[in-house]
Design a protein. Structure first.
Lengths: 412, 337, 412, 337
């Protein structure tokens, strides 16, 4: 027999580590405007040839170019810019508040704001989003009260989820924002089920599903793709590829040999890879995917290329596993700066207006925080009464939980 | 009133609910066109159409996951896991999602779904077609766990489960599908036809959850059982001549503790019977509760008769199955203690 | 807003039902010899363009044509033919024995024999197969004792798994045949782990993973593709697409919008779709994939197109959900007849020799059955002693199981 | 001897085994380059290379699945589930495969793997970073379930688990990682340094599985506890002044029943303490066993102090956590009964 050399295990390594600058050439980029725009009724296999390209609209000069230009109303773009800024201010303030122990934990979406905000603005208000913990932009864009958000974060006595969940695990049915789970990926298949229910009931509402690059390795990702393809569910399957999953580079999730968008094509789902830091591309592709879903043309999978600019959470220290200045060198830049540049370039915005908007938004966030804190923080101990702990396990409290509640009450 | 097997009763429950409530949908592996490997959904797709009764991919996690999403969008899904032995891939969706959704969203979202699964042995199914995983559900707060022992209860409890706003795990002892099996595998098969508990109304009715049934009143000891073991316990009582009070729990959790306490307080003795493996089985919880609530009335240790702590073996099925001989021996030990 | 029509749920339907003949045009066929043969070191994306074609070697006249012709030694082909015949006889006899209640249950692989047998003959004997319940051909081809197989089937006192498993759940470490699980798909990811271990240890043995079309929807399929791609595991990922999963057509598993082979490409795995009833194609593609694995070039996924000619199991009645004569009309024919035709065409075999071989093999199977039955059958009750039930739960029997064993013994 | 935290002790166990046995491999989410979110594998990849210590995709089912395949190919994998709350996607591989492989193949194949997972609350982790799922493992025959309460045991038990040929679930009470937490969350944090049980040999040693430890001898009642609850029970004994005999089970299943029975036979009273939800928790099995084996010695009902039957709430953490006050109250009830 032929002598074969011993086998060896391949373990993917990121293209940068502390002390070794990231080589971002692994990110296959396409020039703005270069990727064709298929018709909305494209067949499942019809995006096979473009799935590894990168849909982009904004060029380096902030101009919107090519077939994916959404030709959006500048007012809509300004709404997007404001929502992104508000999200960013919220994140910044809450990071500080966490350090002050007013909340136990926080997760920011710095650098990824365009994606949640842009998609929210492309959907109808009653379409249902099944987000992860990094889509606070959806809530902000849909006008959810900042005070309510912060009450959740502070786990205080006005926390809409009664202190039961970690900070950032929002829920708001009224804002089409599904209750966030601490377990990764579970909501991805639920979104497909929600969308199937729309189809079963003859409704016109669609669902938007969210997952991170790292979490695509979970089982529910596969279930979601399978069920969405089989039943042609009216759902947008978003993958936010921010290059990292805590300390693990996207190669560990399987991003080395094929793009995540390619997973969709492999399951017979129309799929695109898109510049997630390009607000116009987000609007455009989200709108296209929503139209497909609403016309009964089935699911669309979108891999949004972006970068997790901050730490994974307040419990994380990314300088342990990647170069400190990585975001600054990320080729797709900052989504806020890029949209601002575009708005200025088309004459819809100016540095002065931007400055003023920042100030106004900051003041709004500060005011909201003040109000929220007046209802307590985890540190202050002003939280929902312990006896509420026994509510909502079931619709009605069963006998054994009444007994346990009594036991707790007797104790104090 | 018609005489129904347990399969027909279960089908009838879904039929009634599909007919009454446009939000009820039924799906699972092979449940659509074919009507299920145990035929529990036979004819329902033809009657209600493929968008209300349909086949799914072989992905238990996926089908429970979509059911939760559907529940959040106003439907009332009834899903089938082909065998209880195959629910494990769905465990994360069941525990982390279905059971927790109402709580973690403080009622903002709920998932009223019913998960049916045939369970239990006695059909030479080997270790992957015989399991009784109820304890893996009773430990999970937010879930309801139900197991009927006869056609009347099966329909009534399934209707109640579908109507319940909490997620319900509905376990169907498959060895009872076609007759009230009492563990005497070497005797002729007894069919449901003619049995009073097989007299099932065709229309809507329900059997309340959290209510146990005293199947056989007695004074010598209390037997806590459910599913197939109710019939085995009756055989054991008959054969030992011991005046056992046999309680069919029906709803495992939340539990009708009152009926249990009343009985044990009276008899002072208790035997718990289940087919699941013994260690950390639901019998452990029952034993713990009984000694907590009836300590001063107990005259003998509570005994558990259960599946051995091994996988369910294929060729040694009847040495594994807790049949009337083993149950009867426990009756004797407990009454003679 | 645009008025959208109500959404509707798409539920895939098979192209044939009882009383309505199957239209097999959904099976995309390629002519024999038409698909190119990439070099073994093809890059992950290098089979993208051919993944929906069908690799075939044998043409309608039984000639081997095209780049995938394995140019196999006729002796090897004859060994394959014999193993296929033996498998078929075994199946036929055991079906009858099941009806006689000598075994509780049986699953045949009628129509799919070429795949297991062909792959087994392409591997080294110490490569590890992780089969499903329809690859008995692997054991037969590797010379596992028919008597031992039948003792397992009869659950008798010589059953190598001591009566613990349903019939057909074989295991033979010595024959590189992993213990079959009743739970679908679980072994697929284990095969990848086994292969990774080979790479970690610097071994040269590879793994062969098996799954059915229906089971690809399970989570473990996704895990297997992810881990195999990430660590470039030396494994062949076989998908046997026999068009059915009990009563569910392959469209319900997601075979409508994309081939199962396409799943591999979507995960960055070299993938092919192959005529599984063409023994020469099986040999050739299996050998190619094994060479890739052994050279450290990573995993290969192969979708074998075939047809489940019989019932799913002895508990199933396919006439309830598909046309009764479906197999007769399946365009890829019978693998045994096709290989025989080829052997006759190349002058390596004759009708007379075939007849004689059939007789000899049948006699061998009958003799084996006689011997196996002498050790008992489930019906005869001659099975492993009940007390053995407590062995092998742990390496050593712990105290609580000793107590339980005593309790059982006291009872009798 | 060095003073080690529980994290260091756990790391040291893996270090020793990786060094001694070329078949040992360590992997999981973030365990490679970064060294684990709790730093338990910090430095091991640098020391042993990326093919022995590595990061995996976020797929708990996948990583347990590959571990089983590796085990079948002669390796001895030690895998980390990042939080015990996330083992559910791996449950099928754990139950249907790891636990059953030896049995179903009659010893032809085995999977000697160790699955480490941080468990328990007390760190404001909310309902998905606080769970104690031990009962979901103790019900599964074929598995061993272990939970240490201090650095010395953590290392010794982890070494024993890695060397064990059965699959072991190794639960690490994360609130003990950095100090012997006794439930007084409002008092200053106590570090491990200086504690006798933090004196840990640097080299190889093991603590036998299936052996409990009597942490505090006493005569008034027997306390069965494990993990963090051992420290809480000691605080309760101190604060109530009740002469409790506290048994640290260490191995939950298979169990050192002898030590338990000896103690309860002596004291006649028993309190079981765990952090997991009460219903069908492991305490139920312990209660059932104790009353089975010590019935005639019991002078009061066995009590269970446990997590309430709700998800672990974030803001009401300390009302949920079974702290010294609740445990002490049970001591009083049981000794006064
Ligand atoms: C089932 C499960 N496994 C592990 C974790 C722990 N965990 C939380 S976030 C995270 C990384 C997720 O990465 P990615 O999906 O890329 O999302 P990102 O944080 O980058 O937005 C991990 C491993 C979890 N929450 N749930
Ligand atoms: C986890 C799990 N779910 C369901 C089943 C029941 N079941 C056994 S075989 C089968 C169909 C499998 O179809 P496929 O994978 O196409 O394989 P084939 O039988 O066609 O060879 C099903 C649903 C099972 N054994 N395990
Ligand atoms: Mg990420
Ligand atoms: Mg199939």
């Amino acid at each position: 027999m032929t002598p074969y050399p011993p086998l060896r295990l391949h373990v993917p390594e990121p293209p940068g580590r502390p002390g070794r600058e990231t080589d971002f050439s692994y990110l296959k980029l396409s020039p703005a405007g270069a990727v064709r725009r298929p018709p909305v009724d494209v067949r499942p296999s019809g995006t096979e040839d473009i799935v590894d390209q990168l849909v982009r609209v904004l060029d380096d000069d902030g101009r919107a170019v090519g077939p994916w230009d959404p030709k959006a109303d500048p007012q809509l773009l300004l709404a997007g810019l404001r929502a992104m800024l508000k999200t960013r201010f919220l994140d910044a303030r809450m990071l500080v508040a966490q350090r002050q122990k007013k909340l136990s934990f926080y997760m920011q979406c710095l650098g990824e704001e365009a994606i949640g905000v842009g998609q929210a603005l492309s959907l109808r208000p009653d379409d249902m989003c099944f987000p992860t913990y990094r889509q606070q932009g959806i809530l902000v864009a849909r006008g959810y009260s900042l005070v309510d958000m912060m009450c959740q974060l502070f786990s205080n006595e006005r926390d809409p989820v009664k202190g039961r969940q970690l900070p950032v695990m929002y829920t708001s049915r009224r804002h089409g924002f599904f209750s966030i789970s601490g377990n990764l990926a579970t909501q991805y298949i639920q979104a497909v089920g929600w969308a199937m229910a729309s189809a079963i009931r003859g409704d016109t509402r669609i669902a938007s599903a969210w997952i991170g690059d790292g979490s695509t390795a979970e089982a529910d990702f596969h279930s979601a793709l399978t069920f969405a393809a089989v039943y042609r569910a009216p759902v947008i399957l978003n993958i936010v590829n921010n290059q990292w999953a805590i300390s693990s580079f996207q190669g560990i999730a399987g991003g080395e040999a094929a793009s995540f968008a390619a997973r969709g094509v492999g399951n017979g789902i129309v799929s695109l890879r898109v510049d997630g830091n390009d607000f116009l591309a987000v609007l455009s592709v989200s709108g296209w995917a929503a139209e497909r879903a609403r016309r009964g043309l089935g699911p669309t999978l979108v891999e949004w290329t972006t970068y997790r600019a901050g730490a994974h959470s307040t419990s994380d220290d990314p300088s342990k596993y990647r170069p400190a200045d990585d975001w600054g060198r990320f080729p797709l830049g900052d989504p806020v700066a890029r949209l601002k540049k575009h708005l200025v370039a088309i004459g819809a915005w100016s540095d002065g207006e931007h400055e003023a908007a920042m100030k106004a938004i900051e003041a709004e966030v500060v005011a909201a925080q003040k109000e929220a804190e007046s209802h307590g923080t985890l540190a202050s101990g002003l939280v929902h009464d312990a006896s509420t702990m026994f509510d909502d396990v079931y619709r009605d409290i069963p006998a054994h939980l009444l007994r346990q509640r009594r036991e707790l009450e007797d104790l104090s | 009133m018609t005489s129904m097997t347990m399969i027909q009763a279960i089908r009838s429950a879904m039929d009634v609910k599909l007919g009454m409530d446009g939000d009820v949908v039924v799906f699972g592996e092979d449940v659509g066109y074919f009507g299920g490997v145990f035929r529990c959904t036979d004819g329902l797709q033809a009657k209600y159409g493929a968008s209300r009764v349909f086949d799914t991919p072989i992905a238990e996690g996926g089908l429970v996951g979509v059911a939760i999403g559907m529940g959040a969008n106003g439907l009332r899904p009834v899903v089938e896991i082909q065998f209880a032995d195959y629910f494990y891939p769905a465990y994360d969706q069941i525990v982390s999602e279905a059971a927790r959704l109402r709580y973690r969203s403080a009622g903002d979202f709920t998932a009223p779904l019913t998960i049916r699964m045939p369970c239990g042995g006695g059909i030479y199914g080997g270790q992957t077609h015989s399991q009784s995983p109820e304890a893996l559900f009773t430990h999970v707060c937010g879930l309801r766990t139900v197991m009927p022992s006869n056609p009347y209860d099966a329909k009534g409890l399934l209707v109640a489960s579908i109507e319940c706003d909490d997620p319900v795990i509905f376990l169907e002892p498959k060895r009872l599908y076609n007759g009230p099996f009492d563990g005497h595998h070497d005797r002729p098969v007894v069919p449901w036809a003619g049995h009073p508990l097989a007299e099932v109304p065709e229309g809507h009715y329900s059997v309340p959850l959290e209510s146990a049934a005293v199947r056989r009143p007695g004074n010598a000891l209390t037997v806590l059982a459910y599913g197939t073991m109710v019939w085995v316990s009756e055989a054991a009582a008959r054969e030992t001549g011991i005046d056992a009070e046999i309680i069919d729990l029906r709803s495992l959790w939340p539990l009708d503790l009152e009926t249990i306490v009343r009985s044990v307080t009276k008899t002072g003795r208790c035997v718990i019977v289940h087919e699941a493996t013994r260690t950390s089985g639901f019998g452990a919880e029952l034993a713990a509760l009984v000694q907590e609530h009836c300590f001063y009335h107990l005259e003998a240790p509570i005994e558990r008769v259960a599946g051995w702590d091994t996988p369910y073996p294929h060729a040694q099925e009847w040495a594994y199955f807790p049949g009337p001989a083993r149950v009867g021996a426990a009756f004797r030990r407990v009454t003679e203690a």
